[in-house]
Design a protein around this ligand. Structure first.
Ligand code: FAD
Length: 410
């Protein structure tokens, strides 16, 4: 959508160095860091503040990401309230296999629900730092991203008037269903996509966790998982056919399947509770490359989607935001465009590491119920190697916690 409606372009009302489209973890992290560095920016968000502060999604943050947020003064609430996880458990053939990845890698996860992180980041940017964020904007359009003077227009939700902001850079942080990605010319942006051919019923239960760690249930009826979110709320997943209707999953059926697929000798029985979220995710991954064109730089889910198999998406979104912030600060302070030129390639290295791991891990989880004895045999071999080869265990632990320390942002 480069100048898709030039005749309707409203007059410019403002000029700022950076317009950020989308107030998710990526956009808000970027906005906070830019504001601290006195690089002016405006954030445009399609939803209301109340909505984004409640939208349930991720919960697991890798340690490097938390340390990076901490260095930017953005982890206060998180460090105060998050719990940490250091082990995951595989349940297969009625047996439990604990995998102490922190003992192996030296790093752990922080469990902090995404809505709490978003709430912290919004509060810090607007209420503490006085940053400019416009909620409930409509019909966001990008103009002239391949020129020196790009701009972003949108419809003001209160007056219905079209508004336009001129800028030097547009940061597309508007998630997998946003509009900024479509501004990349199709001949310059390539979409790589992987479909897993399965769905996951994503559930949130108002019930305390039933284990001290993430549990992966590998079962002939399909995969299931248990993941803590808070002392009162637990996320569960159940593999289901792609495109399945959540209506096909009344609460009784959900709990019965969870009990069956997560059963193991010596395991604490699952604590049931009211199901407050029930939706089907069609499991697929994709990557847009390059992640930049002209004056537009994509970050987070706007550029790449990772099915929530290994809790990677929000971590990648933060990684992009940190790199983009550094590059933009260097550009605006010193006119150094090197970081912006290398931004896409630097992000994509980690993106592809995480994509590759997610695919490998997905096959381990889905293979045994695929109905294909070859895939099932491979999955069993992967699991056995994990528990019998220290080298395989170390490789898994490093990928699972994302502890490729030499490449983690400062
Ligand atoms: P988003 O969070 O999607 O934010 C984009 C923002 O842009 C939104 O606020 C949206 O309203 C706004 N927007 C959209 N369109 C427009 C527009 N046209 N104009 C203006 N604004 C717009 N990741 C992990 O790392 N760990 C986990 O444990 C984990 N668990 C998950 C569980 C589930 C069930 C799901 C669905 C995802 C999970 N993820 C996890 C992935 C994680 O939630 C995402 O990767 C993360 O939200 C990406 O952040 P983002 O800022 O790039 O995009």
């Amino acid at each position: 959508m480069i100048d898709s409606s030039p005749t309707a372009l409203p007059p410019s009302e403002q000029r700022v160095p950076v317009v950020i489209v989308g107030a998710g973890p990526a956009g808000l992290t970027l906005a906070n860091i830019l504001r601290d560095a006195s690089v002016g920016c405006v954030v445009l968000e399609a939803e209301s503040r109340e909505f984004i502060e409640r939208r349930p999604r991720a919960g697991f943050l890798e340690e490097w990401a938390v340390r990076a947020l901490e260095r930017h003064g953005l982890a206060g609430g998180l460090l105060e309230r998050a719990s940490t996880h250091s082990t995951c458990e595989f349940r297969i053939d009625g047996e439990r296999h604990r995998f102490p990845y922190t003992d192996i890698s030296g790093h752990h996860h922080f469990v902090y629900p995404q809505p709490l992180l978003v709430t912290d980041l919004v509060r810090e940017y607007t209420d503490v730092k006085g940053g400019d964020i416009r909620f409930r904007v409509r019909e966001v359009e990008l103009h002239g991203i391949d020129t020196e003077r790009p701009s972003v227009s949108y419809t003001d939700p209160d007056s219905g008037a079209r508004r336009r902001i001129d800028c030097a850079i547009v940061a597309g942080c508007d998630g997998a269903r946003g509009v900024t990605r479509s501004a990349l010319p199709t001949e310059r942006a390539h979409l790589a996509r992987l479909d897993y051919g399965v769905g996951w019923l994503a559930l949130l239960a108002q019930a305390p966790p039933s284990s001290d760690c993430v549990v992966f249930g590998i079962h002939p009826r399909g995969f299931a998982a248990h993941m803590a979110r808070s002392p009162e709320v637990t996320r569960y997943y159940l593999q289901c056919p792609p495109g399945d209707d959540p209506e096909n999953w009344p609460d009784d059926r959900v709990w019965s399947e969870l009990h069956t697929r997560l059963a193991a000798t010596g395991a604490t029985p699952l604590t049931e509770g009211r199901l407050i979220e029930k939706r089907v995710l069609d499991m697929h991954n994709h990557v847009v490359q390059p992640m930049a064109y002209g004056r537009l730089f994509l970050a987070g889910d706007a550029a790449h989607l990772v099915a929530p198999i290994a809790a990677k998406g929000m971590n990648l979104a933060l990684h992009d935001a940190l790199l983009l912030a550094d590059a933009l600060i260097a550009y605006h302070r010193k006119g150094d465009a090197g970081g912006l030129r290398g931004y896409s390639a630097a992000c994509l290295r980690r993106v592809w590491e995480y994509q590759e791991f997610s695919e490998w891990f997905a096959e381990l989880l889905h293979g045994p119920s695929s109905g294909d004895p070859f895939r099932a045999g491979n999955a069993t071999a992967r699991l056995r190697r994990l528990f019998h080869s220290p080298a395989a265990a170390a490789a898994f632990a490093e990928s699972y916690i994302g502890s490729t320390a030499s490449r983690n942002p400062q």
